[in-house]
Ligand binder design. Structure first.
Ligand code: GDP
Length: 297
C-alpha cells in the first residue's frame, strides 16, 4: 500500500509528542526535524517540504491553547491540517458543463494508466453519478490502445467511439462530440495519445485536440510510482495545456507517496482521483483530509 514507509515514520515521530502535557519550542523543533526527514525520504519535493515545515512550526508555536486537547495532540492536529491543505484541502470534484455533454480530455505519458483510467472514470460516472458517458479512442499511436478501450467498453457495456488509427485525433474528437450530442451522452471521455517522453509533437497534437474539443476538464494521468518524475511531468503538461485536474495512478503499489504530496503544491492543480488497482472499479475520488489521516494514523 502507498505511503506505508512515510506513515510509519510519521506515526512513530508523532507518538513521541502525542501524550505530552507540555510541549516546548525545542520539542516542536525536534519533531519537525524528524518530519522533514520522513517527507524527504518519501520523495516529497524539497521546496514543498521546506514550506510545509515552516507553516507547521509557525502554527504550532503560535496557536492558542485548546482545552480539549493536550499540547501534543494540538501539534499533531496542526500537522494533519497542513498535510490536508498541502494535498489540496477540500476535495476537488470532476467538472460538470452547464450544457451537456461535459467533455473530458485524458492526457498523460504512455504507461501511466490513461486508457485504464478512462474506462474506470466512465464506470465511476455511471455508478456514482448516474451518467451516460461516451468513450472515445483517440490514442492512435500506441499499438492496441484502441482495442484495449474497446475491450474495456464491452466489459462495461458502454459504447466506444473509434475511427481506427488512420484518422487524426483532432478529427476523431470532432466527430465523437457530434455523435455524443446526437446520442444524448452527458459525458465524453477522450483517451488521447501519450508518448514515452514529453515532446513537442505530442503537445502540439494535444493542443489541437483541445482547440477542437474545448474540454471542460483536462485530466492528467500520472503514475505515482514515478515519484518526482510524476511532479515534473505534471508541471510540463500544465504549462502547455492548463491541466484542470490530476489522476494519480498506482497508489496501491509501494510508492513512497512523494507525488501525492507534491503535485498540488508544485502545479496548483488538484488531485481529483486516485487509482488503487488494475480493476475497473479501483478508482476513488481523492480526499486530501482522508489521505492525511491515513498517513498520520
Ligand atoms: P496508458 O499507456 O497510459 O494508456 O496505460 P494503460 O492504461 O495501458 O496502463 C498501463 C498499466 O498500468 C496497465 O497494466 C494497467 O493495468 C496498469 N494500471 C493502471 N492504473 C493502475 C492502478 O491504479 N494500479 C495498478 N496497480 N495498476 C494500474
Amino acid at each position: 500500500m502507498a505511503f506505508e514507509g512515510l506513515a510509519e515514520r510519521l506515526q512513530e515521530t508523532l507518538t513521541k509528542i502525542r501524550g505530552k502535557g507540555k510541549v516546548s519550542e525545542q520539542d516542536v523543533k525536534d519533531m519537525m526535524r524528524e518530519v522533514r526527514l520522513a517527507l524527504l525520504e518519501a520523495d516529497v519535493n524539497f521546496k514543498v517540504v521546506k514550506k510545509f515545515i515552516a507553516d507547521v512550526k509557525e502554527k504550532a508555536l503560535g496557536q492558542e491553547v485548546m482545552k480539549s486537547l493536550t499540547p501534543g495532540q494540538q501539534v499533531i492536529k496542526v500537522v494533519n491540517e497542513e498535510l490536508t491543505s498541502l494535498m489540496g484541502g477540500e476535495q476537488s470534484k470532476i467538472a460538470v458543463a452547464p450544457k451537456a455533454p461535459t467533455v473530458v480530455m485524458m492526457v498523460g505519458l504512455q504507461g501511466a494508466g490513461k486508457t485504464t483510467t478512462t474506462a474506470k472514470l466512465a464506470n465511476h460516472l455511471r455508478k456514482k453519478h448516474n451518467r451516460n458517458p461516451l468513450l472515445v479512442a483517440a490514442d492512435i499511436y500506441r499499438p492496441a490502445a484502441i482495442k484495449q478501450l474497446e475491450t474495456l467498453g464491452k466489459q462495461l457495456n458502454m459504447p466506444v467511439f473509434s475511427l481506427g488509427d488512420q484518422v487524426s485525433p483532432i478529427e476523431i474528437a470532432k466527430q465523437a462530440i457530434a455523435k455524443a450530442k446526437e446520442d444524448h451522452h452527458d459525458y465524453v471521455l477522450i483517451d488521447t495519445a501519450g508518448r514515452l517522453h514529453i515532446d513537442e509533437t505530442l503537445m502540439a497534437e494535444l493542443q489541437g485536440v483541445k482547440d477542437i474539443a474545448k474540454p471542460d476538464e483536462i485530466l492528467l494521468v500520472v503514475d505515482a510510482m514515478t515519484g518526482q518524475d510524476a511532479v515534473n511531468v505534471a508541471e510540463s503538461f500544465n504549462e502547455q495545456l492548463d491541466v484542470t485536474g490530476v489522476v494519480l495512478t498506482k497508489l496501491d503499489g509501494d510508492t513512497r507517496g512523494g507525488a501525492a504530496l507534491s503535485v498540488k503544491a508544485v502545479t496548483n492543480t488538484p488531485i481529483k482521483f486516485a487509482g488503487m488497482g488494475e480493476k475497473i472499479d479501483q478508482l476513488e475520488p481523492f480526499h486530501p483530509d482522508r489521505m492525511a489521516s491515513r498517513i498520520l494514523g
